[in-house]
Design a protein around this ligand. Structure first.
Ligand SMILES: *Cc1c(COP(=O)(O)O)cnc(C)c1O
Length: 497
């Protein structure tokens, strides 16, 4: 069962939490009880990714027939370009957990390739004649395309994606606007990711929007990590990573690993924390930010303050000031007190800030915050490539830079897994710049830059990028954040694509 972080209302089953996305009181759904990891999941026997995923996820979805869940998990794993799904690669004494082998080359694929199936299974229980589902997505760049790929052409589902017009990389934009599917709508917004996310949350909790959509035969659901179905599949790869380290003899005497996660909306690292609470031997969770260092400041001081300018960095998917999933952690830190969580969130929306009490801060003791700017991240891309020939993307590089600073300060404490969240070829301008590959980074030529980067690294350009060359731009709408709701209705009424 799942309950809202903001009210003491009766818990709801997984199906309802998935379909609603956001709880009616504006809170986020969290599991009432976290199941422990099974002896099989932690045991020495070999397990394929789908077998492990089924073992970890089944307890969260007791209403789904195991055979159906298994089929969806296998289908999702089948969209990855390697059987391991999330291989671990060691370079420079760091374990890179490669989360970019899916269709859109970012870690969002891990959850979103499966989420279409989870939403489909959850929706079946609503019976015949129920409204069709409209999946509403705000994206900082990578969720958009992963949701389009994951939900595309599923019957009974439509997808609407809003991205910050000037806040995504040219490759990210092209991936989204070239997406061909009758059930999808993509629009840029004049604003940043926080504006898009705020407008989406407003639409979710607006009774008028509910009526307008209902009259058109739709009800809303979310593919953002505010949806619990997005978060839970992310637990699996941390278990997989730990098993990889154990099997290769990389763990130390305490049997634990640390994780370092390049963080924006706090979904990925929260999944690691849930994995730890479920019994996975994780030591510390290193929360790595770019120059938008709200979270680093928060872990250092206990005070969250979004009153600052949003900076554009070379890691655009982390250019966020309001990290939605932190609300789930705060709920747990407050002793699962919905009144307290609602109070903190109210402070955030009214004043843009809130501060934790002592016991709440103590609760967060496993987290270490840190941040690195573009220059520091670029230096890690260069050092990794020069030393090992291995290319990393600017987001993963932020985590490497933060880890390097911690290791300089404290020495090597534990084997550490970096959540390597994207392929370097998604961000060719920043990566090429970092390794000193000359090139013109104007939008038209980013794909050419990606190709020369691949040649330089002696790798093949991943097909999802190669196929973008010459792809027609199909979705050209750009709207103000206030215009998102109207655009949604025009799309459903057939007037926008
Ligand atoms: C989304 C994203 C992040 C941030 O993940 P959160 O779960 O939002 O913290 C980091 N790196 C890349 C490449 C991403 O796409």
């Amino acid at each position: 069962m799942y309950r809202s972080t903001r009210s003491g209302g009766a818990p709801v089953p997984a199906e309802r939490a998935i379909i609603e996305g956001l709880a009616p009181d504006g809170g986020l759904y969290v599991p009432v009880d976290l199941p422990g990891l099974s002896a099989l999941a932690l045991g020495p026997g070999s397990l394929s990714y789908p077998e492990l995923a089924l073992e970890v996820l089944q307890p969260f979805f007791p209403g789904f027939a195991p055979g159906r869940l298994k089929a969806e998990i296998e289908a999702a794993a089948g969209t990855f370009d390697c059987a391991e799904v999330t291989p671990v690669v060691e370079r420079r004494g760091i374990h890179f957990l490669e989360l970019f082998h899916g269709r859109t080359l970012a870690f969002k694929d891990l959850a979103l390739s499966l989420m279409g199936g989870l939403v489909g299974l959850a929706g079946e229980g609503r019976g015949k004649g129920a409204a069709e589902l409209l999946v509403l997505v705000a994206t900082s760049g990578d969720t958009g395309k992963a949701a389009l790929a994951g939900f595309s052409d599923r019957p009974g589902l439509r997808v609407a994606v809003f991205y910050p017009e000037k806040g995504v990389s040219p490759v990210q934009r092209l991936q989204m606007v070239s997406h061909a599917s009758g059930n999808a709508f993509v629009a840029g917004i004049r604003g940043d990711f926080d504006d898009a996310q705020r407008a989406v949350k407003r639409i979710f909790s607006s009774p008028e929007a509910d009526r307008e959509l209902g009259s058109r035969g739709y009800s809303l659901t979310s593919a953002n990590s505010i949806n619990i179905a997005r978060l839970l599949p992310q637990i699996v790869y941390y278990v997989k990573a730990w098993r990889s380290l154990r099997d290769s003899g990389a763990l130390g005497s305490d049997g634990r690993m640390d994780v370092a996660v390049p963080t924006g909306n706090f979904g990925n690292i929260l999944a690691a924390w849930y994995a730890k609470r479920m019994g996975l031997p994780i030591g510390r969770l290193i929360c790595a930010s770019n120059s938008n260092r709200v979270l680093a400041d928060f872990f250092a001081t206990g005070r969250y303050d979004r009153n600052r300018a949003l900076l554009q960095t070379t890691s655009p998917s982390m250019d966020i000031l309001v990290s939605s999933n932190l609300e789930r952690l705060l709920f747990h830190a407050s002793g699962e007190d919905p009144g307290r969580t609602a109070y903190l969130m109210d402070g955030l929306s009214r004043e843009g800030s809130f501060a934790l009490g002592d016991s709440e801060r103590d609760f967060l003791g496993d987290f270490v915050g840190g941040w690195a700017d573009d220059k520091e991240a670029g230096a890690e891309i260069a050092a990794t490539f020069a030393g090992t020939g291995y290319l990393i993307d600017p987001h993963s590089a932020v985590a490497v830079a933060v880890l390097s600073k911690i290791r300089k300060r404290e020495g090597l404490i534990r084997p550490t897994v970096i959540a390597s969240t994207a392929s370097p070829f998604k961000f060719p301008a920043a990566v090429a710049g970092a390794i000193g590959l000359a090139g013109d980074a104007s939008p038209g030529s980013e794909l050419e830059l990606a190709a020369s980067l691949a040649r330089r690294a002696g790798l093949e350009l991943p097909p999802p990028i190669a196929l973008l060359s010459g792809a027609p731009e199909l979705h050209l709408s750009v709207v103000d954040p206030e215009g998102m709701e109207g655009a949604l209705y025009r799309f459903l009424d057939g007037g926008l694509s």
